[in-house]
Design a protein around this ligand. Sequence first.
Ligand code: AMP
Ligand code: MG
Length: 464
Amino acid sequence: MKIAFDNSYAALPAQMFTPQLPTPVAAPAIFARNDALAAVLGIDLHAPDAAQIFAGNHIPAGASPIATVYAGHQFGHWNPQLGDGRAILLGEVVGSDGIRRDIQLKGAGPTPYSRSGDGRAWLGPVMREYLVSEAMAALGVPTTRALAAVTTGEDVYRETRLPGAIITRVAQSHIRVGTFQFFAARKDVDALRALTDHVIARHYPQADGPAALLDAVIARSARLIARWMGLGFIHGVMNTDNVSIAGETIDYGPCAFVDDFAHGAVFSAIDQQGRYAYGNQPQIGAWNMAQFATALIPLMADRDRAVQDFTAAVQGFAPIYAHAWLQVFAAKLGIADPTPEDAALVTDLLNLMAQDGADFTATFAALSDGQARDQFIDHDAFDVWATRWRARQSPQAAEIMAGANPRVIARNHQVEAAIAAGVSGDFAPFDALLAAVTQPYTDNAAFSRPPSRDERVTRTFCGT
Ligand code: AMP
Ligand code: MG
């Protein structure tokens, strides 16, 4: 197989990464191929050596495999060195659309940044990332993508013995807030500057320096989180090492879409304080941007001035988010030109949904269909709200709502069922769920239905 690599990160200063080959695996077998994405990248996933390449057994010509270093705040606690502990960047490809993308193998074996980890992934998180990232892409949310997934023919050991797997992740880049933090904390201004120049050239060519870069990253992050909120998406582990500088959703660990709505919904088993609960995501997004701003300060000649300016920039997160949030939810309600007063209409609906435990996705789909009353226990309260709502709907409401309210999301119980089948060697449920979640606006009897009480899966695991 030929891949037209064009690697730029591997040409940056040497302290920013370590050359690292994947560790070969016993018996690779591809179980998922993203042919549409592969076509953009000029890659043939049906080539005879595809399984070997996407398992890391065979290194294609032009690749320069590296593990990148970064730091991060994990659940608010500073960790001065993380890095790609189980991910290896093969290189970059400029697609037929002109966009440069990283091609990374996740689960490809140990690196100098593995700490006590084995460098591997088990099948469950690989399937979850594949399904949820492709669902997000189909919903139009900026996200890393899944190009391919293989089983390795090897076991990995977590609490128990599990089948190993590797996902090929594609991203506009894997540079994180934590990448900047790593060099800022070490006062390595040369690397920090090289990284900043690289990110500006690669992702924000209109930015003329760190201050403009900060503004641009804040704007993208705020808009991204507003999109998550509009889908009931809970990232689950918004550590600064899991915040993409390119503004893509990255690191689908314990993520989930909420079923019965609650502002404080948390799925991640390790998030005991609810730091990354649904309703906290915008505040955490701003907090993460404050960490990014802090990491850029060493680049500035007048640091006192920069602290003032960057503080103001971070304070800009909230209004950008609020505006994007209102746009997102107004579309879900069929309101073409929302006014600030419409925010209360949205909030009142969400509060009613939370009070009655209404299913997030099904309720908005039912609003599109004019049948939402049944989603609520308190019919009178819904009727009062609906009267206010109808007065605000635009003539094109049906059309606007059809494109804003998905019928199918990657529901947690369906993801878990697909994983359970995959572990026993049956990928048919995975294929069926993937087909459904990548056509999210098409009703699908099997996958649109919310879980019954017994079917609900309310916990997710990082699964590292
Ligand atoms: P995550 O929670 O997936 O964002 O990972 C946090 C950090 O732990 C990153 O530096 C990962 O590379 C590292 N890590 C997670 N799982 C493993 C593993 N199985 N082996 C080595 N490093 C890992
Ligand atoms: Mg991570």
